[in-house]
Design a protein around this ligand. Structure first.
Ligand SMILES: *Cc1c(COP(=O)(O)O)cnc(C)c1O
Length: 418
């Protein structure tokens, strides 16, 4: 279908309403500086408390959060990082900047998260980090994963871009591993005016370092008598720095930092959005339960339902079709013809050209490959949909399913799930 869909996949994942606009108006009218102010502090404190991590540091996107998290690993040429292939490009993209070996870890066929058994088999003496995602908002098997990683002192980065609102045995993603990375892109479960991100950590040295990296990595003040003066030649020996008047303009930097400061306007909206998160998550879960009801009439469909003790954030609605690639193709087309936008999330990362150029190939992650190519389905599921759109989606799904040659055998497309 061309143009606008009756039911868009995720154009607006999180909804901005009068409360967000009021917060925005207040900050704009306050006359305060619009960077590094009280709104950012408030958003970070609230976020830290919500997640249950000791530190939360806001940045400008989820991608930047991941870039900074990966920098904390201090990767050297020849090091290895274990990463999930079933994720959005931004999870693994920052690894392309390092001369390292990436080992893609196969996934669990139920959760689509990294499989602890595969993880264990990929660890070598050069492993310096594990990069996982809580796919679609389904929390990864963190107890087992952290058990494996802790024994070897390997840091675990959680990509929590989908996981805001999820729960793992009473705890929140972002406080389960060593570094949590969140996205507040417009399609995500909350948004800070379209773009934004957050990093959560417990380790104080990391929190300090993240703060330096996100603010141009300023690490001190140039002083002619300080340690830097001994290492760097004096440029203008006749200038007197010692009075202190120049100090503010003479900051030195420790390395290639960046400016990833979240604006006050974005942070002000973030505070309001976080308050609304339970309502937004409930709406996602309600849409998911309505989709479940339709699919329950089709035997052989497998659901992306969490185990007891886990709560799904329902960033994505996922299910698995029996019958192979043609059934999947026909269903996507039948939905598209009815104005329902389907985006299949995600093509296995190790098979994208950038990774194949680095030697990755088919067969590396058999479960991830088999599921994606034969049975993986996603449907629109977000609070941007009105009640009418949800009703339309439900009818369109039922109709579309009835048009495809649906095997009523109950056979699953993925043998490893039996
Ligand atoms: C959205 C997303 C990101 C990137 O976040 P941005 O804020 O868009 O940069 C990273 N990982 C996953 C899994 C995502 O879905």
């Amino acid at each position: 279908m061309d143009g606008t869909y009756k039911v868009p996949f995720a154009r607006r994942g999180s909804v901005l309403d009068e409360h967000d606009i009021q917060a925005l108006t207040e900050v704009v009218r306050s006359g305060e500086a619009l960077s590094s102010g009280a709104c950012r502090d408030r958003f970070e404190e609230k976020f830290r408390d919500y997640v249950g991590a000791r530190y939360a540091l806001s940045v400008t996107s989820g991608t930047v959060a991941l870039e900074i998290a990966i920098r904390l690993l201090d990767l050297q040429p020849g090091d290895e990082v274990i990463a999930t292939p079933q994720t959005y490009q931004a999870t693994v993209q920052p690894l392309l900047a390092h001369q390292i070996k990436v080992r893609f870890c196969d996934i669990d066929p139920q959760s689509l998260n990294i499989d602890p058994t595969s993880l264990r088999s990929l660890i070598t003496p050069r492993t310096r980090g594990v990069l996982l995602v809580h796919y679609g908002g389904y929390p990864a098997e963190m107890a087992e994963i952290m058990g494996i990683a802790r024994r070897r002192g390997i840091p675990v980065i959680e990509d929590c871009a989908h996981a805001l609102g999820a729960r793992y045995h009473g705890r929140r993603p972002g406080a389960l591993g060593d570094i949590g990375c969140f996205s507040f892109h417009t399609s995500k479960n909350i948004t800070t005016l379209g773009e934004g991100g957050m990093i959560t950590v417990n380790r104080e040295t990391w929190a300090r370092r993240i703060d330096r990296i996100r603010s141009n990595e300023v690490d001190g003040t140039y002083a002619p008598a300080g340690p830097l003066a001994d290492r760097a030649p004096r440029v203008l020996p006749w200038m007197k720095y010692s009075e202190g008047v120049y100090q503010d303009s003479c900051r030195s930097v420790a390395g290639a930092g960046t400016n990833a400061t979240m604006s006050e306007a974005a942070a002000a909206v973030g505070v309001v959005q976080l308050d609304k998160l339970p309502v937004l998550t409930a709406r996602r879960r309600w849409i998911a339960s309505r989709l479940d009801e339709v699919l329950e009439d089709f035997p052989g469909v497998r659901f992306h339902r969490t185990q007891p003790g886990l709560e799904h954030a329902q960033h994505l609605y996922t299910f698995f079709l029996p019958g192979g690639p043609d059934v999947r193709y026909n269903l996507v087309r039948a939905l598209d013809e009815r104005g329902v936008e389907v985006q299949l999330r995600y093509f296995p990362q190790h098979l994208l050209p950038e990774w194949r150029l680095r030697g990755h190939s088919i067969g590396e992650c058999p479960v991830a490959e088999r599921l994606w190519f034969s049975s993986h389905m996603n449907l629109p599921c977000h609070p941007g949909l009105t009640d009418d759109q949800v009703d339309y989606l439900i009818d369109a799904l039922r109709e579309a399913l009835s048009t495809v040659a649906f095997p009523r055998t109950g056979a699953l497309a993925c043998p490893s799930s039996t």
